[in-house]
Design a protein around this ligand. Structure first.
Ligand code: ZN
Length: 428
């Protein structure tokens, strides 16, 4: 696998050539669901899979690219009965956020493609089918239908999404037709995978955080994908004259929101792995000389386990009520998102640990603060993820996102070690 790091870096550049026009003009990468740049990226992934030597390469009804490297059935414990051959599923997404990075998602498609290229070079096949998916959508940018691509594989594609419109009034169904896809629910429903046919799902992904970079660790094994809750909040106080109202007689909505934000910070700090973020805050109709009568803000709260997340959310919302009562303002909230934690399957996680060790690296375990396609597959089959270090302190969703050729090579070697291990020690 001498040139595998270089290959992955070159392939990333090949995919990054396709960006939506207004962004491409600024040398920025934006590739959102079913735009011409997105379809060109899909075609390039198909070409890469063909070049690597996959047996079957196709696009499915939601734009996922599916590459299959068939098993050598004489290697399976049950002999040549094709009915008994299971499949190892892997992959990640090829869409991007606006002005995003070249490796978020794509790395998890290119690494297994590099593994298949290597297996073909060695003239080897595995005792299981190896299915690599380039997921068409994960970021929820063009439509509010995050994870629609992996959701199609788990039977979670919401039929109402087909009628959802993008910012230009184009429905998802129209976008699908324009891309040559059927845009038809009966065909999308057929994409649901039967878990009985699968060994599980593994995903390689750039970390998108600073932990591996700061720790000078090229690889990390994911123990769990964080559970999350998002709420929108509103504080109602009393707008009043900023000059004439004494400090002790105010019902300042913004100060209550500020105190709640600081309280959320200190509550999250009490836990191992909890995070709480106020990402948006506005004073609607505010003025320089008026005490804020209303303040709206968001709270995003995440933790590695559901019960830890529930305690975090409960404490923050209870404390917010206490702060509001003391400040004589009203606090209201509305839950807009709730996602369960996705702890890694212990067996598959142990296989990643073994793979990382076998390429001479320390086994470092961490949880994932970001959501990933593996979270969706988790609902129907065992899953575990491998993280690859990002440079620039792990920055992601940003053009500064970077990986090194050496880390790309290590990650591909670790992935191949995982495949070797699954061959020599089949999952029970
Ligand atoms: Zn991603």
């Amino acid at each position: 696998m001498q040139n595998v790091g270089r290959d992955i870096m070159d392939w990333s550049e090949r995919l990054a050539k396709y960006s939506e026009p207004e962004w491409a003009d600024k040398h920025q990468l934006t590739c959102t669901y079913l735009t011409p740049a997105h379809i060109q990226t899909a075609e390039e992934i198909k070409a890469l899979m063909h070049e690597a030597g996959f047996d079957d390469v196709s696009m499915d009804a939601v734009g996922n690219i599916i590459g299959i490297y068939r098993a050598d059935t004489t290697l399976t414990s049950t002999g040549s009965s094709t009915a008994a051959v299971k499949t190892l599923l892997t992959g990640s997404h090829y869409d991007t956020v606006r002005n995003g990075g070249k490796y978020d998602g794509r790395l998890g498609i290119l690494i297994p493609i590099a593994c298949v290229a290597e297996l073909v070079r060695q003239g080897r096949r595995l005792p299981f089918d190896f299915e690599v998916v380039g997921f068409s959508e994960e970021e929820g940018q063009r439509f509010r239908a995050t994870f629609l691509a992996s959701g199609a594989l788990t039977g979670d594609f919401d039929p109402a999404w087909l009628d959802q419109q993008d910012a230009d009034g184009v429905t998802m169904r129209q976008a699908m037709h324009a891309a040559g896809l059927p845009g038809d629910m009966s065909q999308i429903a057929q994409l649901k995978r039967d878990p009985a046919r699968y060994l599980g799902f593994v995903e390689a992904h750039i970390e998108q955080g600073p932990i591996l970079c700061e720790g000078e660790l090229p690889l990390g094994v994911v123990t769990s994908i964080n559970a999350g809750v998002r709420v929108t909040c509103k504080i109602t106080g009393l707008a009043a004259h900023a000059g004439t109202t004494p400090m002790r007689m105010r019902q300042d909505a913004l100060l209550a929101a500020a105190e709640i934000s600081l309280m959320a910070e200190s509550r999250a700090l009490q836990d191992d792995g909890s995070v709480a973020t106020v990402g948006q805050m506005q004073v609607p109709g505010g003025s320089i000389n008026v005490i804020p009568g209303e303040c709206v803000f968001t709270l995003d709260m995440r933790a590695p386990f559901d019960d830890q997340r529930d305690a975090l959310v409960q404490d923050i919302l209870d404390q917010a009520q206490i702060i509001a009562a003391r400040r004589q303002v009203r606090f209201e909230f509305n839950e807009v998102m709730r996602a369960a934690a996705a702890p890694s399957d212990p067996t598959l996680q142990a296989r990643w640990e073994h793979a990382v060790q076998s390429v001479g690296q320390i086994v470092f375990k961490l949880n994932s603060g970001a959501g990933h396609d593996a979270m969706k597959l988790h609902t129907i089959m065992p899953q575990a993820m491998l993280f690859v270090r990002g440079g620039n302190r792990g920055i992601s969703h940003n053009p500064l996102e970077i990986i090194s050729e050496a880390d790309a090579r290590l990650a591909a070697r670790a992935f191949l070690a995982l495949l070797d291990d699954l061959q020599t020690h089949p999952l029970a």
